[in-house]
Ligand binder design. Structure first.
Ligand SMILES: [Ca+2]
Length: 247
């Protein structure tokens, strides 16, 4: 029996060999898949290490146009027990054109064109949290989602689009266009996966985004586009597992 015949006969005699190879192949595919998954989810986190009236991050929208609809989603981690800004948009004429303003322990304010709508929410806990806000100027319908749960919807009186010129700031609450910050309303903690769309995301997409933010990038402000600049002590920490943190 030459070497080839020997191998062939081993294959015939060892029907488990095929199964073995198949398992090994699947295992290799699994490793490749895991590698891609982890790499794909390696993102960044913005750290606001202390209470100041100066540390902030400026986000640049991809285009300048008035927003008739919007959705903002972000993840945050803080132990603040006072009011703070999660996401602040000012226009030249309105300092609270759009603002997500948690008021722990059980309230979250959302401002649309200076009008505040207060939601009663579950008590804050020191854990990663995903917040999404969606608004449609035509109907005034305002949605607040926290950790995949939509709170009872509200309707704003305001029906005017936001913008087109806007200053988008993280870490501070604007009382003028791009400025007049108050340390007692600043954000202290960590933020990541900050995306904004110029339309209302369907509920299933928001739910999907809560479970995994993999490959999701807002068309108005995209977390992967890196169109931001940080000021003061606000630090962008690279290669962090934002998406994999339990929220
Ligand atoms: Ca303000």
């Amino acid at each position: 029996m030459d070497r080839t015949e020997e191998l062939r006969s081993t294959e015939v005699e060892d029907p488990g060999g095929h199964l073995h190879r198949e398992i090994r192949r699947l295992f290799l595919l699994f490793l490749i898949f895991c590698g891609c998954f982890l790499q794909g989810n390696l993102g960044k986190i913005i750290l606001f290490p202390k209470e100041t009236s100066t540390d902030h991050v400026i986000l640049k929208p991809t285009v300048e146009r008035p927003l008739k609809q919007l959705t903002v989603c972000l993840r945050s981690y803080t132990d603040l027990s006072r009011d703070h800004s999660l996401f602040s948009i000012a226009t030249p004429t309105m300092d609270n054109a759009f603002l997500i303003f948690p008021q722990p322990p059980k309230s979250c304010g959302v401002y649309i064109n200076q009008e505040v709508i207060s939601f009663n929410v579950d008590p804050e806990v020191a854990a990663w949290k995903q917040t999404c806000v969606a608004w449609d100027s035509e109907t005034g319908l305002l949605q607040l989602w926290i950790n995949g749960k939509r709170y009872p919807r509200r309707v704003t009186t305001s029906r005017s689009p936001i913008g087109p010129q806007m200053s988008v700031i993280l870490g501070q609450e604007q009382d003028s266009f791009g400025g007049r910050f108050d340390a007692k309303q600043s954000f202290v903690g960590e933020l990541c996966d900050i995306n904004m769309w110029d339309y209302v995301l369907p509920p299933e997409t928001i739910t999907q985004y809560f479970h995994s933010s993999h490959n999701i990038n807002g068309n108005f402000i995209g977390w992967n586009n890196e169109l931001y600049s940080s000021k003061g002590n606000a630090k962008v920490l690279k290669d962090e597992f934002c998406s994999l943190y339990p929220v």
